[in-house]
Design a protein around this ligand. Structure first.
Ligand code: FES
Ligand SMILES: [Fe+2]
Length: 418
């Protein structure tokens, strides 16, 4: 449980807020590279940490990200002309370089005004099929994050995005909460649940394929350089000598890696504004093998056009369409909703745009998400006092998850490093 003021501090991320300052101290992914497919393609309007931005790819293929509204009189630069190393506003032709410098002002004579102006622009990089930006102070810029998936061929990554109208913490907490996997995702996690039997889902790609139907996993946490990791241990029915352990890292500020028996799912919950979050994910086989993106979309329920708008990358489930829930199906489908991601989004939206954490009743199974809150709130205090947030210069290359069965009595930490 949090006080109302702690909840506000945790959830508000606009300019000038303490948590907004924490996020601004990291490189955050903002778009998929495929959204800016080729040089001079259509600029994309994006919202990030409460700011409206435009992202574009110039004639040379370089990415620019700057304030969307032209600094002259506020026309959207997303309508503008993309040029060599610059974007030009359609309205009066002001031309802005990638760093926000004003290169030309056709409706102004002389250079005097131009040299005094600079638009807000953010450093942008492209890696691992994602476009990343840094919105913090120049002198605090951390090293560019080095994730294991950035070292794999792009064709072996499944990169995805959807935006949901909820605060980022609901998405992060949903992803940090392991005890819901065996319950909300019963259809995938516990085949045979209707007959009270259990046979593990044999799909090695499915992150909800649990090796056990133990619904009350025991959690242990370990502080790390990047944030923390938790291990959830589940008893395995009929196999007293074995335990299943899932090790999940929660990296600052709002990233997790979820394992399936075979794959890694790196998921970034990036706040667009206080009540809207973009979820950018990269799934990959750590052995570097190919990946079946179509199948992963199907596992997530992402193919359902009532719930996911592929043109705009938005989750569009609402109470009006009841999040795609079919109650007649619930005799044989636990949730009545098809797909793991569709189930998660229905729950997140059902909690409202910002959940009131002063009213909750937490239990031991919530230990990991409580830690996720604490490390964010502690980071906010550190930044407020002139320090650095937790994990700001961490080595993300080693941030990996696993799902393994181990002998009872074997310490889960003996699996590290992964
Ligand atoms: S509004 Fe952009 S140049 Fe005038
Ligand atoms: Fe889930």
């Amino acid at each position: 449980m949090l006080s109302k003021s702690e909840n506000e501090k945790l959830c508000r991320i606009g300019p000038g807020t303490v948590m907004g300052e924490v996020f601004r101290r990291f490189w955050n992914p903002v778009l998929m590279s495929s959204e800016l497919l080729e040089p001079e393609c259509e600029p994309v309007r994006v919202e990030m940490l409460g700011e409206r931005l435009v992202a574009f790819r110039d004639s040379n293929g370089h990415i620019g990200v700057m304030e969307e509204m032209c600094m002259h009189r506020g026309a959207s630069l997303a309508l503008g002309r993309v040029e060599d190393g610059a974007i030009r506003c359609l309205y009066h032709g002001w031309k802005f370089a990638m760093d926000g410098s004003v290169l030309e002002m056709p409706n102004v004579s002389g250079k005097c005004v131009r040299s005094k102006l600079k638009a807000t622009a953010y450093p942008a990089r492209e890696a691992g099929g994602l476009i990343w930006i840094y919105m913090g102070p120049a002198d605090k810029m951390p090293p560019f994050p080095d994730w294991a998936f950035m070292h794999l061929p792009l064709e072996n990554l499944r990169v995805s995005r959807f935006d949901t109208e909820v605060n980022y913490m609901q998405q992060l907490e949903g992803g940090t909460d392991t005890s819901h996997v065996g319950i909300l995702h019963t259809n995938d996690a516990r085949p045979g649940w209707m007959s009270h039997t259990f046979s593990a889902n044999e799909d090695l790609d499915n992150p909800a394929s649990l090796a056990s139907d133990d619904l009350a996993p025991v959690l242990e946490l370990e502080q790390t350089e990047f944030g923390f990791r938790y291990a959830s241990t589940r008893r395995i029915r009929g196999q007293e000598t074995l335990r299943n352990v899932r090790i999940v890292p929660i990296a600052m500020p709002s990233t997790r890696v979820i394992p399936s028996p075979k794959l890694q799912f790196v998921i970034f919950e990036v706040p667009m504004n206080d009540m809207k979050t973009t979820t950018l994910g990269v799934s990959y086989d750590p052995e570097g093998g190919p990946i079946d993106a179509w199948k992963l979309d199907e596992i997530g329920g992402r193919h359902d056009p009532r719930l996911f708008d592929h043109a705009t990358h938005r989750y569009i489930g609402t109470w009006e369409n009841r999040f795609g829930q079919n109650r007649k199906e619930m005799a044989k489908s636990w949730s009545g909703i098809k797909g793991v991601v569709a189930e998660d989004q229905a729950i997140a939206v059902s909690q409202g745009p910002i959940v009131d954490r002063s009213k909750e009743h937490l239990v031991a199974a919530d230990m990991a998400l409580v830690r996720a809150r604490k490390q964010l709130l502690e980071s906010a205090e550190r930044v407020r006092n002139g320090g650095d947030p937790i994990g700001v210069a961490a080595d993300f290359r080693k941030v990996l998850a696993c799902d393994r069965n181990i002998e009872s009595g074997v310490e889960w930490k003996s699996l590290l490093p992964l």
